[in-house]
Design a protein around this ligand. Structure first.
Ligand code: PAF
Length: 284
């Protein structure tokens, strides 16, 4: 497994592999790898000759009040896990290698970034699309793999790839959960045992909405109210948003369709967690 820290070396390596005719898959990460990331890597590996990952805690996607400094990091552990999964190349640049001083260019996807997390994190997606676009230019993948847990991020990146005619196939991978149902996230590490119990309300509220929909409820306001009441009944839980929205535009729905996205962001103590489910008629 090769570990590359410089942009120039990464570009040369990717170019050489492409000239050899190799298919390159990329899993972009911010490190502190867990089973969810490893699953993305396995999927990437199954589609490519060379599996590349990036480990970079991207400062431009954190606002000044967010947890950039506290974001968990474990470089040695990450390298060991990447090795075990069979990663071929790890790209691990420093921040000043990724962002040249005086940089004044960013990538902004306009509409799908306005909803859900975009409301409370207005600069987040611009940071994500800018860094992902840069990683695509530096690492030159044919395929890039993202988790469906970050449904809006997957939507925004797919939109960017489509709008900017990037010749990259985006693959979305279903959310990996702990045995108790909690969606895997590096931020779960912040939760105390008590908070973790409350964090299960996210997944359980998705189950509740699913049951209501499949029992025939089609009023999004009624389902939303039940989900909010369920979550708020748990200690430490404070809702950022609960949205029943169109799975493509992410706009709130006034009546439910055959396929709807239920997306949640909930503060559990000082930790903001997200989860989502496509709510659809199981009989169809
Ligand atoms: O999902 C993440 O870990 C990050 O947002 C990403 C895609 C690696 C960009 O920094």
């Amino acid at each position: 497994m090769q570990i590359i820290r410089s942009v120039e070396q990464m570009q040369k390596t990717a170019e050489a592999l492409r000239l050899e005719g190799k298919i390159l898959a990329l899993v972009p990460t911010m490190g502190f790898l867990h089973e969810g990331h490893l699953e993305l890597m396995r999927v990437g590996k199954s589609h490519a000759d060379q599996l590349m990952i990036s480990i970079f805690v991207n400062p431009t996607q954190f606002s000044p009040t967010e947890d950039f400094d506290q974001y968990p990091r474990d470089t040695e552990g990450d390298i060991e896990k990447a090795r075990q999964v069979g990663v071929d190349i790890v790209f691990m640049p420093e921040a000043d290698e990724m962002y040249t001083p005086g940089a004044q260019t960013s990538v902004l996807v306009h509409r799908v970034t306005q909803h859900l997390c975009g409301r409370s994190r207005p600069t987040f997606f611009e940071g994500v699309t800018t860094v992902v676009c840069k990683l695509f230019h530096i690492m030159k993948p044919h395929i890039a793999v993202f988790g469906q847990k970050d449904y809006q991020q997957l939507t925004v990146v797919s939109r960017m790839v489509m709008d900017l005619n990037m010749d990259i196939r985006i693959i979305g991978v279903p959310t990996v959960r702990d045995p108790d149902g909690l969606a895997m996230s590096s931020r779960n590490n912040y939760l105390s045992p008590e908070e973790r119990k409350s964090a299960l309300s996210l997944k359980k509220s998705l189950d509740l909405a699913d049951e209501m929909f499949n029992a025939g409820e089609r009023d999004p306001a009624i389902i939303k109210k039940a989900v909010e009441a369920f979550i708020e009944n748990h200690p430490h839980a404070r809702i950022d948003y609960v949205s029943l929205c169109d799975p493509v535009t992410l706009e709130d729905l006034e009546t439910l369709e055959n396929e709807n996205l239920l997306a949640l962001a909930v503060w559990i103590g000082k930790t903001r967690l997200i989860d989502n489910r496509l709510i659809r008629d199981k009989k169809e």
